[in-house]
Design a binder for this molecule. Structure first.
Ligand code: HEC
Ligand code: HEC
Ligand code: HEC
Ligand code: HEC
Ligand code: HEC
Ligand code: HEC
Ligand code: HEC
Length: 406
């Protein structure tokens, strides 16, 4: 009996000491936060990922705005909430030349089925991954064992309907996903052999969305260094933006915004880390086409560097106009204010002339960065036979008399 009490009391004392020790070492001002302990992959460089939740204690405001960006939401494990296409009868199907594709929600997940017009099921695939935040649309991927494929039907935001995926034939088809899609729409993924054109992946290695560590590099070392050490800077392993030259800053965005870059020079597309030279990692195949071709999956980088604003200024880069941590879509006032950080007031730049007859020059981007219809993301309407396409914004800043006359 006495022995039992002694054991009990010593246990209690140990528990109290344990709790005190725990709180002592966690005595940072952010102790209300719990670090999320999940198994995260290790980058090819050997550097560990920390996951964006672990940035919250110290960079909370950035985290909070970042989760509403198109980047963060550009891919996810599919669930009953994040698939944008409709599952209601009639709205849940597309009719192609030889087959009908039907989308259904069932216990266990959401599916795309390809059927003959007699109703015979040719193929039924689970929607495992969503690609696209839905600004323009969304595509879907499926795993067959560990092999990854893109599915036939995509969602098109402009018409709020399912369409045949861009570039797909109009019979039953699913496209193997090698590095394509994945390299720009997720933070990280491990493929059996990227250089061998394999579509076999390590499912557990996926980090969805374009998250902090795709742009800043795997940051566990930075987190370890910073916990309890907020002030000094000397040995912080994180790459600081101010230490990068303009090309290095541009490369951080160009890995995904400079064409498809299918000429992969290094082992794999995820090996690139901020601060490195992108030219040594991947290139666009020279196709004879100018790098200023405009479309979804276009080349904002190539267009911008061809503009007088870029060529004749030392400092312009993507972050001159874009805050990578915020959703700024349609905030034209913000973008126009950026033009005025270099240019004079519009009344000093423009003559109200016979060309335009316009007197309101406040919306700079409407005239100097106009939108053009996409040639890949479009559908022909069944009702009126007319083509509907999304608009893409050119980054070739210039004088477009034609688009003003429209
Ligand atoms: C325990 C606190 C802490 C955590 C957790 C933390 N950071 Fe930091 N971070 C800092 C401090 C302090 C600085 C230096 C700030 C300064 O120079 O003003 C910093 C600087 C940075 C910078 C450099 C900014 C520059 O000057 O260019 C980046 C990028 C960054 N952190 C990203 C991250 C990411 C991504 C995560 C999560 C994976 C993260 N941090 C987690 C404290 C932290
Ligand atoms: C890993 C690839 C990747 C990197 C790196 C990247 N982006 Fe993106 N970006 C994307 C993808 C994918 C989308 C489309 C997201 C969607 O709507 O699904 C996108 C969309 C955007 C958009 C449109 C946002 C909107 O609201 O529709 C802007 C602006 C943008 N990126 C700017 C940048 C800038 C600036 C950088 C560099 C600081 C950068 N991106 C780096 C992949 C990337
Ligand atoms: C080289 C990088 C890259 C590759 C490869 C890539 N994407 Fe994208 N994707 C982007 C960027 C950047 C955007 C948005 C900006 C734009 O319009 O150019 C985008 C936009 C999209 C959108 C529209 C998202 C939205 O709501 O605005 C979808 C859907 C999409 N991609 C699907 C795919 C699929 C499917 C594949 C593979 C077949 C793929 N992408 C391959 C970079 C890439
Ligand atoms: C699309 C790429 C991209 C993503 C995603 C991204 N950042 Fe950044 N971040 C940048 C760039 C580029 C800069 C430098 C901005 C500048 O020079 O004006 C930057 C600057 C910073 C800074 C220092 C400047 C500041 O505003 O305090 C911190 C800290 C930071 N990022 C943390 C994060 C965290 C945390 C996340 C995720 C929640 C994140 N970033 C996501 C590209 C990105
Ligand atoms: C970093 C500074 C900078 C920013 C920001 C900037 N520009 Fe420029 N821009 C220049 C410089 C430098 C030139 C070349 C000299 C000149 O014509 O003033 C130029 C040239 C131009 C021209 C003449 C193009 C031609 O073909 O002759 C137009 C139009 C223009 N800018 C519009 C804009 C608009 C619109 C914005 C905002 C979306 C903008 N600029 C943002 C620096 C900038
Ligand atoms: C001079 C200002 C300026 C610079 C510099 C700039 N952008 Fe933009 N960007 C814009 C404006 C304005 C929009 C239209 C935003 C909107 O309507 O919501 C835009 C839109 C985008 C979009 C969405 C395109 C679409 O068709 O929907 C992407 C992606 C993008 N920018 C990427 C980049 C990248 C990458 C860089 C660097 C290579 C860059 N931007 C540099 C002003 C700029
Ligand atoms: C209604 C369309 C329209 C709007 C809005 C507009 N511009 Fe222009 N801009 C033009 C046209 C057309 C020209 C060339 C003819 C002229 O000089 O009037 C031009 C010329 C320019 C030039 C070249 C001037 C030179 O001397 O070569 C610059 C720089 C410029 N605009 C910047 C801006 C800025 C900054 C804004 C926003 C504050 C803006 N523009 C708004 C149509 C527009």
């Amino acid at each position: 009996m006495l022995k039992k009490i002694v054991v009990g009391v010593s246990f209690l004392i140990l528990l109290v000491i344990g709790v005190l020790v725990y709180y002592h070492y966690n005595d940072t001002s952010e102790s209300e936060y719990q670090y999320l302990k999940v198994e995260l992959p290790v980058h090819y460089s050997g550097k560990k990922f920390a996951g964006s939740e672990s940035c919250i204690p110290c960079h909370e405001s950035i985290y909070k705005t970042h989760i509403s960006t198109a980047h963060y939401n550009t891919s996810a494990l599919a669930d009953s909430e994040n698939i944008l296409g409709s599952f209601s009868p009639k709205e849940n199907e597309i009719n192609l030349a030889g087959v009908k594709v039907t989308m259904t929600q069932e216990e266990g997940g959401s599916y795309q089925s390809t059927k003959t017009y007699h109703g015979k099921v040719l193929e039924k695939s689970k929607i495992d991954i969503t690609i696209g935040s839905g600004v323009k649309g969304q595509s879907y991927l499926t795993f067959e064992e560990d092999s990854l494929y893109q599915l036939q039907a995509s969602y098109f935001t402009l018409t709020d309907s399912w369409i045949n995926s861009p570039g797909f034939p109009n019979y039953g088809y699913k496209r193997p996903v090698m590095d394509n899609c994945i390299k720009c729409h997720v933070t990280f993924a491990k493929n059996e052999k990227f250089s061998g054109n394999s579509n076999v992946y390590d499912k557990n290695s996926f980090m969805y969305g374009v998250d902090c560590e795709r742009c800043h590099g795997p940051s566990q070392e930075h987190v370890d260094y910073r916990v309890g050490n907020l002030k000094t800077l000397d040995f912080d392993p994180i790459v600081r933006a101010e230490t990068l030259n303009r090309q290095q800053q541009m490369d951080a965005c160009a890995q995904c915004h400079a064409g498809l870059r299918t000429n992969q020079i290094t082992e794999n597309p995820f090996s690139f880390l901020i601060g490195e030279s992108l030219e040594e990692n991947s290139k666009n195949f020279s196709s004879g086409k100018p790098n200023t071709e405009l479309d979804v999956h276009g080349n904002q980088y190539g267009l911008l560097i061809s503009s007088p604003c870029f060529k004749e200024s030392e400092e312009m880069s993507c972050v001159t106009c874009h805050d990578p941590h915020k959703n700024q879509r349609d905030n034209s006032q913000y973008f126009n204010s950026k033009c005025l950080s270099c240019h004079e007031q519009p009344q000093n730049l423009h003559t109200v002339d016979s060309v335009s007859n316009l007197t309101d020059f406040t919306n700079c981007i409407q005239c100097h960065m106009p939108e053009f219809p996409s040639r890949v993301m479009k559908v022909r309407s069944i009702e009126d036979g007319l083509e509907k396409s999304v608009d893409v914004r050119t980054h070739l800043i210039g004088i477009y008399i034609d688009s003003i006359l429209q």
